[in-house]
Design a protein around this ligand. Structure first.
Ligand code: HSE
Length: 296
């Protein structure tokens, strides 16, 4: 049997639209066994697709197809802690899990670059799939089916206070509201900040983060789809966050907080209970390991 563990991810981090992402310590854990039929279940009893429409199964089957191996079925058991459709990389985690599970069952025909390329090609968002695979803070892009990426070392101790709302927002809808073209000065606004973000996290120059996560390419449009999203970002900063942004395509909001601020989470929880009860803040950290597959 193979057990695969994949972290949540937060793509974009404000300025790094479609190019920057970070792995977070919230995990989907999936076990795989070859079988003569498709047998898919979820430990929580959640209502998930249990046939060939299951994303994890589809990604596993893709690996068998690529490797020229036939697949009669799989027994898949899902234990998913990453909330779906909240901008925390749940579909990316399922894609990566299917690929790594099948690859491990087949004895590892795909190398790490193959896995990066396949995951991004299926999922479409290398800024999610790459940190899910490598862990840490990553810069990634997909060009002609190949992922060009770097895992950038981070300096400075920060918490990622993640405000998760009780409503969903599909990536498709959140991309649908973006303009087809942007002004040159808007492009410059973001690329300068994305570069500053990568450099600031690498060197630990955390006082830059408030400016470095600034964005005008996607968030201004997406906030209209996230009730109280602007208010939560505003409150997160007012409570002392170094910077705050929409996680991925939303609707979750992430505040980067100095880890020495031990009361930030409880202050945020109380503030949300009183003012924005639809939102629940939790404290996450950067996952340094990335996805892993073990034979158990
Ligand atoms: N960079 C992508 C977006 C992430 O913001 O649409 C989608 O998960």
């Amino acid at each position: 049997m193979v057990k695969v563990t994949v972290p949540a991810t937060s793509a974009n981090m404000g300025s790094g639209y479609d190019s920057i992402g970070i792995a977070l310590d919230l995990y989907n854990t999936i076990t795989f066994e070859e079988s003569d039929r498709i047998d898919i279940s979820d430990v929580s009893g959640a209502d998930i697709p249990k046939d060939e429409n299951n994303l994890i199964y589809q990604c596993a089957k893709k690996v068998y197809d690529i490797c020229g191996k036939s697949l009669s079925g799989l027994k898949i058991v899902e234990d998913c802690a990453i909330p779906q459709t909240r901008g925390l990389g749940s579909s990316s985690a399922c894609t990566v899990a299917g690929i790594l599970g099948a690859n491990a069952l087949l004895g590892g025909p795909l190398d790490e670059q193959n896995v990066l390329d396949l995951a991004a090609s299926i999922e479409g968002h290398p800024d999610n799939s790459t940190p899910a695979i490598l862990g840490g803070f990553c810069v990634a892009l997909l060009e002609y089916g190949k992922v060009w990426s770097v895992r950038v070392p981070m300096n400075g101790k920060v918490d990622f206070i993640t405000f998760i709302p009780n409503f969903e927002l599909s990536t498709e809808k959140a991309r649908g509201v973006l303009p087809k073209t942007v002004a040159h000065h808007d492009a410059v606004f973001n690329l300068s900040r994305a570069a500053l973000l990568a450099g600031s996290l690498t060197t630990g120059k955390l006082e830059n983060l408030g400016v470095a996560v600034g964005d005008c390419l996607h968030q201004p449009y997406r906030f209209d789809l996230i009730p109280n999203g602007r208010d939560v970002v505003h409150a997160a900063k007012a409570m002392g966050a170094l910077g705050a942004f929409i996680s991925g395509a939303g609707p979750s909001i992430i505040a980067i907080v100095d880890a020495h601020d031990k009361t930030y989470l409880s202050r945020a929880q109380m503030y949300c209970q009183q003012n924005f009860p639809a939102w629940t803040p939790i404290c996450l950290h950067c996952d340094e390991t990335g996805a892993r597959a073990e034979i158990i």
